[in-house]
Every structure is written in C-alpha cells, then in structure tokens.
Design a protein around this ligand. Structure first.
Ligand code: UDP
Length: 238
C-alpha cells in the first residue's frame, strides 16, 4: 500500500519508554530511534500527534503516597511530561522535522500553549505536535490526555505503545498461559479489567468511537508497517 491507512494518528508513549536499561531517565539513543521512526511516518504522509507520559521522572500518585500533597504531586508529574516533550522536540528537529510542544499548562517561555485550532494547523502543515502537561488537571493520566487529544484533533487512530505485542488476558511476563487478543471491544477491555489503559481513557475512546492499536513500537518499523496496512498488535474498537 502506498497510502497510509489513516491520515492522522495520535501516538501515546509512556515516559518509561524513554528510559535506558541502566535507569537513566531519558536515553538519547532511544529518543533518536523513536524520532527516526516518526520521521519515516511523516515522510509517508502521516500527520503525527504525540503524547509522552512522565513516569520516567515522576508519577503523582507515587509521590502522594510518600506524603506529598496530591495536587502538587500531579502538577510535578505534568511538568515531568514537559521535560520529556522538550527532549523529543529536540530529537525530532535533529531528524529535520518541524515539531511543536503545546502545553496544557501555560509555560510560554518554553513552549506554545495548547490551542486546538493551532494544533490542527500545525499537523496540516506536516509538523509533529507534542501535547505536553497531560490534560492540565490533577487526578488524570497521560493516557486520558492522549484519548482526549486524539478525539480533539480528529485522529483516525490512537496508538498506545507498550513493551509487549499487544493486549493479553494477563501480564505475559508473569503468566505463561496469558492469551493474546488480536481484536477486542472497549467493553471487553473494561469488563475484564484488562491492563490496557485507565478506565477514563478507555471510556473516552469508546464513547467517541476512536479505534486504538496497542502495540510494541520498539519493534523497528512496526508502526510504519501498520500504517501500510499490516495487522500489528491488538485493535480495540467499539
Ligand atoms: N498528570 C496529571 N494530569 C494529567 C496527566 C498527567 O496530573 O492530565 C500527572 C500525574 O501525576 C501522572 C504524571 O503526570 O502520574 C505522569 O503521567 P503518567 O503517569 O500518565 O505517565 P506515564 O505512566 O505514561 O509515563
């Protein structure tokens, strides 16, 4: 296929995806490898919106369990996502792409504010938009932010990057008999409490009828093959 299966995608990476094996929070090699994959997608005509988590630096709920105020911890978590977004913006620019970080929290001297119409315009011009600071609200996750932005920018597909092939009945790293699901519905994922995304994110995608691919994006070229029409990972639909 010489045309992508959809024109615009929202790719959700966890912060941990940027971590080195040795535990460094942002690994340059990983960052550049991901940026190179995104360049291939862009060259193929795919408009790419990105949401990167902050879990490699800080998760609000974890800090709150240590005694920090939850809202403050979540604000720290959202700022962590901005750090990752800036790192990715730089890596994308090294690939010759134009990239814009748009933050849900105002940090004007560092990046643009998130304004939906402006984000869509950037995408139409072939720029990669990195949506930072989650939803801008505490008590949410970047999975929910990704679902929200995917809907807002009218993405044809949301891709949730994982370390495994896709959705399983249980964690395949722990349960040998875990069954892989190539296709499932949002209600099945919710009813069986499958560890895909948090409930808010799944419900948002279901109610707004946006399909989601859960896949291992560390398999080199996998997203590109998906965009060319190959069945990769798990597809969740309504
Ligand atoms: N966060 C938040 N509101 C949002 C998105 C994120 O408060 O809309 C905070 C929250 O504390 C979260 C942290 O930012 O733990 C980092 O995001 P997340 O845990 O989703 O990152 P990931 O697990 O994907 O790396």
């Amino acid at each position: 296929m010489n045309k992508p299966i959809c024109q615009r995608i929202l790719l959700k990476l966890s912060g941990e995806a940027l971590m080195s094996e040795a535990g460094g929070s942002i690994d340059s090699d990983i960052l550049h490898r991901l940026a190179a994959e995104i360049r291939e997608l862009s060259d193929f005509g795919v408009q790419v919106g990105l949401v990167i988590g902050g879990g490699n630096i800080l998760r609000g709920a974890e800090k709150a369990s240590e005694g920090l105020d939850r809202v403050t911890s979540d604000q720290m978590g959202m700022l962590a996502t901005v750090i990752n977004a800036l790192a990715m913006q730089d890596a994308l620019e090294h690939q010759g792409l134009q990239a814009r970080v748009m933050s849900a929290l105002k940090i004007n001297q560092v990046c643009e504010d998130y304004i939906r119409r402006r984000a869509v315009r950037h995408l139409e011009k072939g720029r990669i938009v990195i949506f930072a600071a989650g939803t801008g609200n505490p008590f949410f996750t970047t999975d929910s932010a990704a679902s929200l932005r995917a809907i807002e920018i009218n993405a044809g597909l949301m891709i949730k990057a994982t370390k495994v092939k896709g959705v399983y009945s249980a964690d395949p790293a722990k349960v040998k008999e875990a069954v892989f699901y190539p296709r499932l519905t949002y209600d099945e994922a919710l009813d069986q409490r499958l560890n895909v995304m948090d409930t808010t994110a799944l419900v948002l995608c279901r109610d707004n009828n946006i399909p989601m691919r859960v896949m291992n994006i560390f398999e080199q070229g996998a997203v590109m093959r998906l965009m060319k029409g190959e069945e990769i990972g798990s597809l969740i639909e309504r």
